[in-house]
Design a binder for this molecule. Sequence first.
Ligand code: PLP
Length: 380
Amino acid sequence: MAMYLEQLETPVPVVDLDRLAFNLDRMAAYATLHGLRLRPHVKTHKSPRIAAEQMRLGAVGLTCATLREAEVMAEACDDLLLAYPPVGAARLERMARLPREVRIAVAADDGAALQALALAAKLSRREIDVLVEADLGMHRVGVSTPERAVMLAKQVRDIAGLNFAGLLFYPGHIRESTAAQSDKLAQLGAELARYIDALSDVGLPPRVVSGGSTPAAWRMHELKGVTEVRPGTYVYNDRTTANIGACDWDDCALTVLATVVSTAVPGQVVIDAGTKALGREPLRADGDDGFGALLDRPEVTVSRLSEEHGILDLSKTDWRPRLGEQVRVVPNHVCIVVHLFDEIVGVRGEAVETRWPVAARGRGATYEDAREGPTGPRAV
Ligand SMILES: Cc1ncc(COP(=O)(O)O)c(C=O)c1O
């Protein structure tokens, strides 16, 4: 029997399947058109089903941040990049337990992590590719000079079980609209060229140069040397991405369906989506503050939050919703919202068509698992 949005218990994340398909297609087309290899970051959807669709559309592999993501995505893909520092015995041991047929690459910025990584390679009877991570403006992780990149690449080359594969950077500091990114991209491109030249000069030219993020993805082909892009947010997009100008409002595929649960306080409307449905993420772009905005009325924002309550700001609208009315909130940061739910509902128009689990949410290692490992954390 057909089911419709109005029958769903709220709050619940709903994905417009047509918009999702459009977003997946558009990025795949961009990458193909420019000869870039697409390795989407799965942190946004955490779903092997969407990952399989990304692979079907031509992705060369997937990017993961957590071992839980890698474990789940190994079902959909045999070529994984762990774009997170490979530090800590428990993390490395889980990496070693990934299925043998899965090719693994990791991003590293410190030589101290390499010997342990080589042990993980040995444990898992495979070689591990290493991408030297460079800090090209984000100032989060990554070596800060081409000389350090060369030192690290040489260390990788000299350790049995590890292969130096190339360079990785994350341009997360580029958050202007696509058209306004020229200055930052030029600066980044010049820096990147210094890294590529330095490595090539010592006989270690990077085979892979992995970059990209959703806001900067559309211009990555302008950077000389980039071979691969790793956007993640593009599958669903969100209010921040739209306000930056990296997607249209109509490309926001995921909304949190919520219900008006109180209008008792004069001038105020309360929905059942609070921090436990929307997170408390700021809008990282120009625009009214607030923790999300209504899909059909972007001028209406969620101005205050408790755990299970969201207060709508109606100061810019004459619309007055009635008790029990449903609204759809475009969140500021969709990756956080996905991580808050067990399941996503797929809709076409008002009709519920499918559901899928957020299979890779959480960390996935229990205290008992960690105790059992030979090098995992010990019990007190
Ligand atoms: C290392 C790395 N690569 C790629 C991405 C994907 O970027 P975006 O979320 O802008 O699509 C992220 C996002 O956090 C990241 O940390």
